[in-house]
Design a protein around this ligand. Structure first.
Ligand SMILES: NC(=O)c1ccc[n+]([C@@H]2O[C@H](COP(=O)([O-])OP(=O)(O)OC[C@H]3O[C@@H](n4cnc5c(N)ncnc54)[C@H](OP(=O)(O)O)[C@@H]3O)[C@@H](O)[C@H]2O)c1
Length: 329
């Protein structure tokens, strides 16, 4: 059932240098947090990967705990690789992470050397890979010395199990220390993965400036606010949407009338720019050249096809930016 990989796959995508490193990432990356777990149709998951790759998306982002159940997204991805995508391994940047709960007992989460290195071995085994391109510390651990967490990332590179390392959701002061410690260990912090969207702008208070100054890339997760910044919820909550499914992150109760009012105002602004709301939400992030890539999720192929067109217009006038700010007040 796997689609054919097309020769034109690099014709329209944009590739951005990740900080001061030698690695470029596609301006859009695909995350496997949702839609790749055990309860999802394998064929759809496979189609998503093939379509993304045919659209020029080279970067696929995973974590040990993606599913549900935890680990199942990596297994699905491993199956897709085994069933045909593995021959494109050198054209793909595959990341995984450790830090959230994976197994019982004191070593199944957080930032110890014990957790990170065992978890990476498990991830490689689930995906059927010898190495990942990027291995992340998924979250800052206030109890483990940062030297130990960064030391474990360094070991992963020295063992040949990761080509690069990154950090996710670290606050600016912790990120600054992590970057410095890695540098002292002779390893570049390739990338930081924070949440960022029109509705969630915490990274603008220092983090993006820090990353630019240190030559570290930035990949924005949940750029569509899990689907809120799309046409998904303009007229109610569709039965097949993330908010309608069981899950703890985007809940039905969270889609309030007030929020939908803001989304509708943003949708009007997107239409005036000749974009869909999803496209405007992505181009709004990509307008900033400190951002290497936007890390989207998708439940169907048509969403990917729509979203890559965000690249057609990443320039905003000041009055458009002001109107976007006013729409979410
Ligand atoms: N580092 C971290 O701690 C962390 C945390 C969270 C996520 N992430 C990463 O970020 C990735 C993306 O997260 P996310 O899935 O929440 O991102 P998102 O891009 O904000 O939301 C994706 C969801 O929006 C909907 N959507 C996408 N395009 C659409 C379109 N054109 N029209 C209508 N609906 C559309 C789909 O939901 P429906 O299912 O409703 O169709 C899709 O699953 C994850 O897979 C993961 O790799 C990292």
């Amino acid at each position: 059932m796997a689609t054919k990989i097309i020769d034109e796959r690099y014709d329209t995508m944009q590739y951005n240098r990740c900080g001061n490193s030698g690695l470029k990432l596609s301006a859009l990356s695909l995350g496997l947090w949702h839609n790749f777990g055990d309860g999802e149709a394998y064929n759809n998951a496979e189609q998503l990967i093939y379509t993304a790759f045919n659209l020029g998306i080279t970067h696929f982002d995973l974590a040990n705990n993606y599913g549900p159940p935890p680990g199942s997204a990596e297994k699905t991805f491993g199956r897709i690789l085994k069933n045909g995508m593995k021959k494109y391994r050198d054209e793909m940047v595959i990341s995984t992470k450790a830090g959230y709960l994976m197994w019982p007992g004191p070593y199944g989460e957080w930032g110890s050397r014990k957790n990170l290195l065992s978890s990476l071995d498990q991830s490689l085994s689930r995906m059927g890979l010898d190495y990942v391109d990027i291995f992340y510390s998924h979250r800052f651990d206030p109890e483990t010395p940062l030297e130990e967490t960064m030391g474990a990332l360094t070991t992963a590179v020295q063992q040949g199990k990761a080509l690069y390392v990154g950090i996710s959701s670290y606050q600016p002061e912790d990120a600054s220390r992590a970057i410095k410690i890695l540098k002292g260990l002779g390893i570049r912090c390739l990338i930081h993965q924070p949440s960022y969207s029109i509705m969630n702008r915490w990274v603008e208070a220092g983090l993006l400036d820090l990353l630019e100054e240190k030559g570290v890339g930035a990949i924005a997760f949940c750029p569509l606010a899990q689907g809120l910044l799309t046409s998904r919820y303009l007229n109610g909550i569709p039965a097949d949407s993330r908010a309608a499914k069981p899950g703890i992150f985007l809940k039905r109760e969270g889609i309030t009338e007030e929020l939908v009012g803001k989304v509708k105002r943003l949708n009007t602004l997107a239409e005036q720019r000749g974009q869909t709301l999803a496209q405007m939400a992505l181009s709004w992030i990509l307008k900033d050249n400190r951002i290497t890539s936007v890390l989207i999720g998708a439940s169907r192929v048509s969403q990917l096809e729509e979203n890559v067109k965000a690249l057609d217009n990443c320039i905003f006038t000041q009055s458009e930016l002001n109107a976007i700010d006013a729409a979410i007040e």
